[in-house]
Design a protein around this ligand. Structure first.
Ligand SMILES: [Mg+2]
Length: 259
């Protein structure tokens, strides 16, 4: 990985960023990172937050943060705000989502009987399209148990994604990169594939894998080094600081590049 200073800021139109452990520390948004979002937005960059967190949270993030779109549940849906109000979009149709909900019910039941000590996340009731188990938020599940949970999810026919805090059962074909692409098309009329070199992605862990692969200008905050074993393609660039401090370094670099 190269230093983020090697990233050429010329022509960058927008910044897509993960939330947990990219702009937060111990679950709390870091002041440096929030200031950096405003710095970027004021500099004219389009901001897109993309997270494994619930779609219920994206409604709030889209309203409170200086972002154009907030994508949740690892790409399953998104929320945005314009003059007409708050809106939501989904990767799958309503009919597809109702089939997916049935699969998640099965996974929830089987996980409860096979691994009764493993709990769904405390943000579960705000989820609309996926199911998430707590592996590192209020408990710290050993790696072997996380692997067993992932195997159970995949054996029942869903995909899985593991972040620092959660293991997700994903019943549809979305991922963070595809979700962001659909959301940008839906909300801003942007064809991401035709201009992806003008967008920067910044993240930190396993559930950012698809985005690290898709975006040529991919950046890891320094704590990404703890998760390289879960990333088939590491980010191209890495910050010096971890979490929100790294995000703020990157933001300052991009804004400096405006000249
Ligand atoms: Mg993260």
């Amino acid at each position: 990985m190269e230093s983020y200073r090697e990233l050429d800021p010329a022509g960058v139109r927008g910044v897509v960023f993960d939330i947990d452990d990219t702009v937060t520390r111990n679950g709390v948004l870091e002041p440096d990172a929030y200031a950096a979002m405003h710095l970027l937005a004021d500099g004219g960059f389009e901001l897109v937050a993309v997270t494994g967190r619930p779609l219920g949270w994206t409604d709030v993030i889209a309203r409170l943060w200086p972002v154009r779109v907030a994508v949740g549940e690892n790409g399953a849906g998104w929320a945005w705000v314009d003059d007409a109000g708050t809106h939501e979009g989904y990767f799958c149709t309503e009919a597809e989502r109702s089939k997916q909900a049935a699969l998640l019910d099965t996974i929830r039941r089987k996980a409860k009987s096979a691994m009764p000590h493993v709990q769904t996340t405390n943000d579960d009731r705000h989820r609309r399209c996926d199911l998430a188990f707590d592996v590192g938020e209020s408990v710290s599940l050993p790696r072997a148990e996380i692997d067993a949970l992932v195997a159970l999810i995949e054996d029942l026919g869903a995909r899985s994604s593991v972040s620092t805090v959660h293991a997700h059962a994903i019943p549809g074909p979305w991922d963070k990169a595809e979700g962001v692409a659909r959301a940008l098309e839906d909300v801003l009329g942007i064809d991401l594939s035709s201009e992806i070199e003008h967008w920067v992605f910044v993240g930190d862990s396993g559930n950012d894998a698809a985005a690290f692969e898709r975006f040529p200008k991919s950046v890891g905050v320094a704590n990404v080094r703890e998760h390289l074993d879960r990333l088939p393609v590491p980010p191209r660039y890495v910050t010096d600081g971890d979490r929100g401090r790294g995000f703020a370094e990157l933001a300052a670099h991009l804004v400096d590049g405006l000249g």
